[in-house]
Design a protein around this ligand. Structure first.
Ligand SMILES: Cc1ncc(COP(=O)(O)O)c(C=O)c1O
Length: 423
């Protein structure tokens, strides 16, 4: 009897052990593939050995051509400056994408663009306090840029429009004003015909104000659950609302050459010129950071990466003294936590992409100085090798590394200074 029971328990324990083994995470990871090996070589040849934002210009321009193919000739294009916050990058895209239209989101960029790129056509992407608009005119030194023709302020309410009217009167300005409308995102903007009518009355009563168009941002359309009818219904609503507001305004004001802006990277393909909008705004898609890995942008390639060297590659991952046993458990349980790589910098709004199979440690705690990344060792990383991250956003992240390194045909050919980070 006893023997039989012992035997059964032994078999049970063995089965449990085997079960636990099969539950162990599988080994992941591999050395850099051809693309990132080439990028590593390019950086090394350029003497770069600190955390660096790299733009692959070949991919960037391929993305630019693809976006053009997708919208031509039905929609005009406006580049979103806050998502491409670097003057040479904007210059390159203005040139290659044949547009002078930019969307600007803050006073410092507006001042720089008006001063240094006087050929551009600027539309504000958010309503600025009237005091900021006033500061623009105070600081504006004149020159080839003509704000009365090339700048559209964005206004979201009758109250703000009245403030801009007073500014125009006080400073004897001609102001072009675009109306922000709420097409379903509910981030502000005109949300009723009555409000719009109040604004139209202000335009009618003040010749210093010129109504230039509408801006209806619709980012929600890409975030809605893909349940039957939900997205299609919201898209139909957005187009109907846009159409109704534009029809009401054009009946009252009858202007020419309206800018009817819609969309952003995730939604630009929803606009094909068959509805009211005649222009899409877009920035992030051209660099395609990680948050833009969506079906609607499947024909574009990631074109911006953070490169940073490995500073330390000890033979095994260890937790600090006192809790070393936790590290031992982690290593034993998960082969992907066997090795640790301390990198130069870290803790960015970005995810490691190459070599495959490395990840931040959930145990060790993060660091902006020397972040710990764990892997199985299959990556074959050595000290001074590069690790690459894909930023989740281009906005703000692009500006954390000083001059951008531009890669073309496998070589770093240019360094592009970035604009100062601004909300
Ligand atoms: C008004 C407006 N239009 C367009 C965009 C799209 O920018 P992106 O193409 O970089 O997503 C944004 C982004 O925040 C926005 O606020």
């Amino acid at each position: 009897m006893i023997k039989r029971r012992t035997l059964l328990s032994a078999i049970g324990a063995g089965l449990l052990g085997a079960g636990a083994l099969t539950l162990h995470p599988r080994q992941r990871g591999a050395p850099h593939g051809a693309y990132f090996a080439r990028l590593s070589n390019a950086l090394r040849a350029a003497g770069i050995a600190t955390p660096t934002m790299v733009i692959d210009r070949d991919r960037l321009l391929a993305n630019a051509r693809q976006v053009r193919r997708n919208i031509d000739p039905r929609m005009q294009l406006r580049l979103v400056a806050k998502s491409l916050p670097c003057l040479p990058l904007l210059d390159d895209l203005v040139d290659r994408m044949h547009t002078r239209r930019l969307m600007v989101f803050n006073l410092p960029y507006l001042q720089q663009l008006a001063g240094q790129r006087p050929e551009l056509d600027l539309l504000l992407g958010k309503p600025l306090p009237v005091a900021a608009a006033s500061a623009f005119y105070t600081g504006f030194k004149g020159g080839a840029f003509d704000p009365a023709r090339q700048l559209q302020w964005l206004v979201d309410s009758p109250q703000r429009l009245a403030q801009y009217r007073d500014l125009a009167r006080q400073r004897q300005l001609q102001l072009r004003v675009n109306i922000e409308i709420d097409v379903g995102l509910h981030r502000g903007g005109v949300a009723s015909a009555e409000t719009l009518q109040q604004m139209l009355a202000i335009f009618q009563s003040e010749p210093r104000l010129q109504w230039s168009g509408m801006m209806g941002y619709d980012a929600h359309l890409s975030k809605l659950p893909d349940l039957p009818g939900v997205r299609a219904g919201a898209l139909a609503d957005a187009k109907r609302i846009y159409q109704e507001y534009a029809a009401l305004a054009t009946r009252t004001l009858q202007p020419a050459g309206l800018i009817l802006n819609a969309g952003g990277s995730p939604t630009y393909r929803l606009h094909d010129g068959s509805a009211t909008a005649n222009e899409v705004a877009l920035g992030s898609a051209l660099l395609k950071p990680g948050d833009f890995e969506i079906d609607a942008l499947a024909d574009l390639a990631p074109a911006a990466f953070i490169a940073t060297p490995v500073l330390k590659a000890p033979p095994q991952f260890q937790m600090p003294d006192g809790v070393e046993w936790i590290g031992t458990l982690a290593r034993t349980w998960d082969v992907n936590q066997r090795r640790v790589y301390f990198i130069y910098g870290g803790n960015w709004l970005a995810d490691p992409v190459s070599p495959a199979g490395i990840a931040a440690s959930g145990l060790y705690g993060t660091s902006s100085n020397q972040q710990a990344l764990l892997g199985s060792g299959a990556q074959q990383l050595q000290v001074d090798d590069f690790i690459f991250f894909r930023p989740r956003l281009s906005e703000a992240v692009l500006q954390q590394f000083g001059d951008i390194a531009v890669m073309e045909a496998g070589r770093i050919t240019q360094r592009w200074p970035v604009l100062a980070a601004m909300p």
